[in-house]
Design a protein around this ligand. Structure first.
Ligand code: C2O
Ligand code: CU
Length: 442
């Protein structure tokens, strides 16, 4: 049996839940005990509406990118072949892996040129919900489809009856079903928003879940621009993890602002068959998807909700060096971090890091949003704790923190991964127009 199949069985997915997952087309091999996948990055035809067939970019041929399943503490290899007519790379968002595997062109690896294959090899130290996406020509490559879900199972997988990724994004599609421009002169504001919201690449899908079961939902915002404040109507659920990392105490889920790059895990007990739970977003409570209960195959087991084990994140020291970062709009010069935009990195010129950190030392970063727009700020290769926040959540671990208008957030972490790590806004047009830089840890 190949490993993709084996993993499905281990997740204990019923037939119904299986159908809900983005198509799993990974050519997983039988290499003993290893998690091995191959991905082809390619141009694909797709129709969103009105029989209008358009060009998208895909991982393995369909608009629904394969869900990669890895296991905490076990090596995984992912062979990536570039069949596009432009360079690409894959960044494994939120995974603490060596810099050579981080997928940032020039900073961590040469871009994968058309026709080339690059094999990513790493061992994920943390369990949880992550995602992967292109880090080259990002407005275009993310805008046209290059992103997917990356699940790292706990080293002793937590038991749920169904485990369902829900990838949120919005596409720039016009009335006829053709592409709208992916970026507009307004990009300096909140970014160019999509016009067609989808969950797992479908507009308002009905996703079947088994009745009377313990369900884990993994919501991932893979959009380049939109912040989704999500609500689940019709059933109580618990927020069990934020950005991959289990909450120390679960709490009743009300709503959560999931910004580009961010994830939340929810747990719920599904009702009897033929009931509908509705995933909605934002203040207008726009419907994103229906979750419909279907007959359970076999007899439902009464499971108790497992407490997910914490990930092995280094504990920072009391005594920490403090650095301030201000996120600003510099008029004509565009977006910046500390007054400097990072627009271009080449193979032999990486420019200057925003900061140099000492390997193994603890740091506090004070992040100041000096703008009227929101910015989800992402640090590669590290997990940090939000310890103070002038306008939101504190006391959780993450790789991406959302700064609201004029908001200040303090984060703390140990610089325990050597390399040059991108530090940028995950609203892709902000990143591309300068709200980007890197931190060097050595
Ligand atoms: Cu998910 Cu540098 O990004
Ligand atoms: Cu931004």
């Amino acid at each position: 049996m190949d490993i993709s199949r084996r993993n499905f069985l281990k997740l204990g997915l019923g037939i119904a839940a299986f159908a809900a997952l983005p198509k799993f087309t990974l050519a997983a091999t039988k290499k003993t005990g290893a998690y091995h996948y191959s991905i082809k990055v390619m141009h694909t035809k797709h129709c969103f509406k009105n029989n209008q067939v358009i060009d998208i970019m895909s991982y393995n041929e369909t608009i629904e990118a394969p869900v990669i399943i890895a296991r905490q503490g076990q090596p995984i290899t992912i062979e990536v072949t570039n069949l596009l007519d432009e360079p690409t790379t894959i960044h494994w968002h939120g995974l603490r892996i060596p810099i050579e595997m981080d997928g940032v062109p020039h900073l961590s690896q040469p871009p994968i040129l058309p026709g080339e294959t690059f094999t990513y090899r790493f061992t994920p130290p943390d369990a949880g919900t992550y995602w992967y996406h292109s880090h080259v020509n990002s407005i275009h490559q993310l805008g046209k489809g290059l992103s997917g879900c990356f699940i790292v199972e706990e080293s002793q997988p937590a038991k749920f009856d169904a485990d369902i990724p829900l990838l949120l994004r919005s596409w720039r599609i016009d009335e006829e079903g053709g592409w709208l421009p992916l970026t507009t002169p307004k990009s300096f504001r909140s970014g160019t928003k999509g016009t067609m919201d989808t969950v797992n690449s479908k507009s308002i899908p009905t996703i079947e879940i088994p009745e009377r079961s313990l369900i884990r939902l993994r919501l991932v915002n893979v959009d380049s621009t939109k912040i989704y404040k999500v609500i689940l109507a019709g059933r109580k659920s618990k927020l069990i993890a934020i950005d991959g990392h289990p909450l120390e105490s679960y709490r009743t889920f009300e709503n959560y602002q999931v910004a580009p790059g961010c994830r939340i895990d929810l747990a719920l007990r599904s009702p009897v068959k033929d009931k509908t739970i509705v995933l909605k977003a934002n203040d207008d409570e726009k419907i994103l998807a229906y979750l419909k209960t279907v007959k359970h195959q076999g007899i439902p087991i009464k499971r108790s909700l497992p407490q997910l084990p914490p990930n092995p994140i280094s504990q920072y020291k009391q005594n920490r060096k403090e650095y301030m970062f201000s996120f600003t709009w510099q008029g004509g010069d565009g977006w910046t971090i500390n007054g400097k935009p990072l627009l271009h990195i080449s193979q032999d010129d990486h420019g200057k890091p925003l900061k140099r950190l000492k390997l193994g030392k603890s740091y506090t970063f004070i992040l100041n949003n000096n703008t009227q727009y929101r910015h989800p700020i992402h640090l590669h290769g590290h997990i940090f704790r939000v310890i103070e926040n002038s306008g939101g959540e504190v006391g959780y671990w993450t790789d991406t923190v959302t700064l609201g208008k004029s908001q200040t957030v303090k984060i703390a972490f140990v610089a325990d991964n050597p390399g040059k790590w991108m530090f940028h806004c995950h609203i892709i047009e902000h990143m591309k127009t300068g709200m980007s830089g890197y931190i060097e840890v050595s």
